[in-house]
Design a binder for this molecule. Sequence first.
Ligand code: APR
Ligand code: ZN
Ligand code: ZN
Length: 361
Amino acid sequence: MAQQVKAVIARAKGAPVEVTTIVVPDPGPGEAVVRIQACGVCHTDLHYREGGINDEFPFLLGHEAAGIVESVGEGVTEVEPGDFVVLNWRAVCGQCRACKRGRPQYCFNTHNAKQKMTLLDGTELSPALGIGAFAEKTLVAAGQCTKVDPAAEPAVAGLLGCGVMAGLGAAINTGGVGRGDSVAVIGCGGVGGAAVMGSRLAGASKIIAVDIDDRKLETARTLGATHTVNSRTTDPVEAIRELTGGNGADVVVEAVGRPETYKQAFYARDLAGTVVLVGVPTPEMTLELPLLDVFGRGGALKSSWYGDCLPSRDFPMLIDLYLQGRLDLGAFVTETIELDGVEQAFERMHHGDVLRSVVIL
Ligand code: APR
Ligand code: ZN
Ligand code: ZN
């Protein structure tokens, strides 16, 4: 039987989000219904509301979530009712050219539930990133459910579903940060902060946090930054070079998504170093660089999609480290809120007041 549950939707471009009742179908083949326990508020949810992703309103928002599998459809073997799971937007297909080459973290054909959740009048909803988890329950593809240790706090575990994983993975997976590396992170919100934490976890010896907001720099220190630079008052390229013996950092993570900060990252990197772009630019942005510098400085210019994570490999591992007290994922939860608090949370996020607000259900 389809169920009716409360959820947060964006009905029209720019209109405030609203709590309403939606219909969640029973899981079909390959699908699962998950009872959501916690879901973080992410910039992408706000972008959906503002029509910045596409025009397929109404959207069912929310995608950084953890919960308990309630029921599964035919043929589902990866999870069963009662499992504690983190939802992901990288359910790998196993068939595409990336998967076939043994690089499932780049899967080019990820999938979501086939059936649609709807409003009471039958209007189909577009779930954010194929998840839609500001809801008491949601319908996803079973492959979007990653089982992790149920001892983890749902509010903390859910954050691995998007921004925090993106930042951790930008450092660890894409940047390949290792013991003794010097790292600079430009932009220390939830994503950049996680890149700082990931760099510490990987054994970086110098971690330079760059932001234009002193509050973010203070937080970055608690997450593992060894040095901080306010790039509103100090040239970050010079500062990073100075802090690295005049050379630049081995790995620079750009977690803002703007041409000027990308250029800073490019020039703050040591010869043969790595730049990782994890901040998401907008369509009108372009980048101009002397091609000779691109050649002459060598190394790698990489982009990080969702931290190049493989959920089945990375989520359980990171949750274990968190439960052992070796990775303070709880530091990203600035506040917990209720389902009707998402609009105000957008406001606080917009003003840079929070790393993450997390809806508890
Ligand atoms: N230089 C340095 N830092 C900057 C600059 C700048 N020019 N502009 C903004 N920042 C800082 C902000 O002060 C803030 O601390 O970047 C940080 C951005 O953090 P959030 O707004 O919390 O965003 P976050 O969730 O971390 O995402 C960062 O990654 O996934 C993408 O779409 C996301 O592009 C966004 C980026
Ligand atoms: Zn694939
Ligand atoms: Zn997100």
